[in-house]
Design a protein around this ligand. Structure first.
Ligand code: PLP
Length: 377
């Protein structure tokens, strides 16, 4: 559910007519085109209202990744004078790789470290600010460990220093309350497939007056900031997903936080040498991330998958060897513990029975794997 969610059946139902009946190009002047255009503008209003923004501050994109790229590179290229960006060490690749790319064009990037719970070190962030800083990009909550960042505090610091603040809200949009005025955010990325909407559609909130350059040139769609014929069914589906989240979010969060805490307690009580990653309290209601000593995360992933339980590990396989998760390492864990990390993420369609079954399966699996682990002498 952190990697992606099942598209809600109500979202699918809402999208279907926009493939077959109202299939017009929103730039066309005939009736069927204008109906598609109206659907986009209605969706834009829904997205804007959800975060206390105005409709003309919403740009629909093709993904969260694209929104991050557009925010960071767009802001960097629109600013001729300043050449410094501040971000955190545990951002998603969409942010980190955008920053790496800018480094090649002469921009200087400060990657601020995090504490043991994954919270950004505010003192270090403040120290990194210079006259040359054009942007601070910090995520709302981390996708691996679920830690929620002190974004209001960061927004205040950015504002006091006249720096633009971008927040990657891909993991929180539709899950936590977001008010762009309250946080003081200038650019915000979101993605539909993380809130039971379709894949391949995202949005960027851009505060009025904030300057960014487009990355895709062509027609004048999306205020000339994202040329391309719009993904009408995707945008309509995104808006429907937002409406559902608005109604269900509070209750879902309470249910998931209860299941999360039950699962965490069950693991800590029944498995030895296991460590909870991320913040004990300031974390996403649906995120659980544990490091298991003496076992590779992949072994747990495969063992659970056989039982029909889908989890993930932050480790990435590059050239045949397992790279430990950079996020878990940034919180101070050893490479071995980072390799032994597993993320369990809960969602709208999970039941308490599934959580109980997962816990029981995990306890038995860890016992079996530790018996054969070469890491235990
Ligand atoms: N940022 C964060 C924090 C994410 O979790 C993700 C998705 O995994 C992305 C950005 C990228 O979003 P998308 O999959 O829509 O490109």
């Amino acid at each position: 559910n952190a990697a992606t969610t099942k598209t809600d059946p109500e979202v699918v139902r809402k999208m279907i007519p926009y493939f077959s009946d109202i299939y017009g190009n929103p730039s066309s002047l005939h009736g069927i085109g204008q109906k598609a255009k109206e659907a986009i503008e209605h969706s834009r209003a829904i997205a804007a209202e959800f975060i206390n923004a105005s409709p003309d501050e919403i740009i629909f994109t093709g993904s969260g990744t694209e929104s991050d790229n557009l925010a960071i590179k767009g802001a960097a290229y629109a600013n001729n004078l300043k050449k410094h960006i501040i971000t955190s060490a545990i951002e998603h690749h969409a942010v980190l790789e955008s920053c790496h790319n800018l480094e090649k064009s002469g921009f200087k990037i400060s990657y601020i470290p995090v504490d043991n719970n994954g919270r950004i070190k505010i003192k270090e962030l403040k120290k990194a600010i210079s006259k040359n800083t054009l942007l601070i990009s910090v995520m709302h909550a981390n996708n691996e460990i679920g830690t929620i960042q002190p974004v209001k505090e960061i927004g205040k610091i950015a504002r006091e220093n006249n720096i633009c603040f971008h927040m990657d809200a891909v993991q929180t949009f539709g899950h936590l309350n977001i008010d762009v005025e309250e946080i003081g955010v200038d650019l915000l990325s979101a993605s539909a497939h993380k809130l039971y909407g379709p894949k391949g559609v995202g949005l960027l909130y851009k505060r009025k007056g904030v300057k960014i350059n487009p990355l895709i040139n062509g027609g004048s769609q999306e205020g000339s900031l994202r040329a391309s014929t719009e993904n009408v069914p995707g945008i309509v589906g995104f808006a429907k997903a937002i409406e559902l989240s608005k109604n269900l979010m509070e209750n879902e969060n309470a249910v998931q936080a209860h299941l999360r805490d039950k699962f965490i307690q069950g693991v800590l009580e029944n498995i030895e040498n296991v460590f909870l990653n991320g913040h004990p309290v300031n974390r996403l209601p649906n995120n659980i991330n544990f490091s298991f000593d003496f076992i590779e995360g992949e072994a747990i992933l495969i063992g659970l998958d056989i039982e029909g339980i889908a989890v993930s590990t932050g480790s990435a396989c590059s050239s045949g060897s397992m790279e430990p998760s950079y996020v878990i390492k940034a919180t101070g864990r050893s490479s071995v513990l980072a390799r032994g990390s597993v993320r369990f993420s809960l969602g709208r369609f999970n039941t308490e029975d599934e959580i109980d079954f997962t816990l029981e399966t995990l306890i038995n699996l860890v016992k079996r794997l530790r018996k054969i682990s070469p890491l235990i002498s």
